[in-house]
Design a protein around this ligand. Structure first.
Ligand SMILES: Nc1ncnc2c1ncn2[C@@H]1O[C@H](COP(=O)(O)OP(=O)(O)O)[C@@H](O)[C@H]1O
Ligand SMILES: [Mg+2]
Length: 233
């Protein structure tokens, strides 16, 4: 069994009379330490898949396995523990606490886990050694996203899940964030999953999962991923 397994996962959202099937039998696997890109158009079901993988949402059918454990069988309480200890999340709009400094934002996450990384050390790793005392409003978008990545990494998560992490950033800044994520994957062995609608990014991945209309259209392994610096879009 792979590190991450989705087996025929179904998710439906009921909105009054209408039911939307956001995941319609999703099956894929991801190996430990891989940099995986999930790509597909807007509305395809990417965020739904990531939220289920991260224990933020539950599925209505199918099974999910992570590191040998069946996440889809977890109770509400077990899901809290799973989110807290095993998952790092990075969102499009950073989601930092505005009245806490960069360092305090990272410390907030380390307070809820077992063996956190040192906040200052992880901020240095993401290139923010000189900006620890700054508040989010005093940082650029790219720097704020680095804080968010540091906050996720401070937990030493089994899975780092990133939902359109460059969606709010300009081209060059977006590239530098993707490079940070790719380097983090290589240097720490963390399994990283990045969602994007940008198909140009797929060469940087070890594994590409294409999602369309709530289904997996293809899954490909890439034995020679391209460094982000060499990708243009
Ligand atoms: N909480 C929700 N309630 C109702 N519908 C939802 C919800 N989340 C997602 N959807 C619907 O499910 C489909 C897939 O959405 P989503 O997973 O966000 O796609 P993507 O991230 O690929 O853009 C869309 O039709 C969306 O409107
Ligand atoms: Mg989405």
């Amino acid at each position: 069994m792979a590190f991450v397994e989705f087996q025929d996962v179904v998710k439906e959202y009921r909105m009054g009379e209408v039911t939307i099937r956001a995941a319609d039998g999703i099956t894929f696997s991801i190996e430990k330490g891989e940099f995986c890109v999930i790509v597909g158009p807007s509305g395809a079901g990417k965020t739904t898949v990531l939220n289920i993988l991260g224990g933020m949402d539950s599925c209505d059918g199918g099974k999910i396995w992570v590191d040998g454990k069946e996440v889809s069988a977890y109770s509400r309480k077990e899901l809290i523990t799973y989110r807290r200890y095993d998952i790092g999340f990075v969102f499009q709009f950073y989601n930092l606490v505005q009245n806490l400094t960069a360092k305090e934002n990272v410390e907030l996450a380390s307070q809820i886990c077992r063996e956190p990384e040192d906040a200052e050390e992880v901020l240095r790793q993401v290139g923010l050694g000189e900006r620890m005392k700054n508040f989010p409003a005093q940082l650029s978008g790219g720097e704020q996203q680095r804080v968010a990545i540091a906050r996720a990494l401070a937990k030493r998560p089994k899975l780092l899940l990133c939902d359109e992490p460059t969606g709010a950033l300009d081209y060059e800044t977006g590239k530098s964030i993707l490079k940070l994520l790719q380097d983090t994957c290589r240097n720490t062995g963390t399994t990283v999953v990045v969602i994007t609608h940008n198909t140009a990014l797929t060469p940087m991945a070890d594994r590409v999962i294409k999602i369309k209309n709530s289904r997996v259209r293809s899954m490909e392994k890439n034995d020679a991923p391209t460094p982000v610096e060499r990708i243009e879009w």
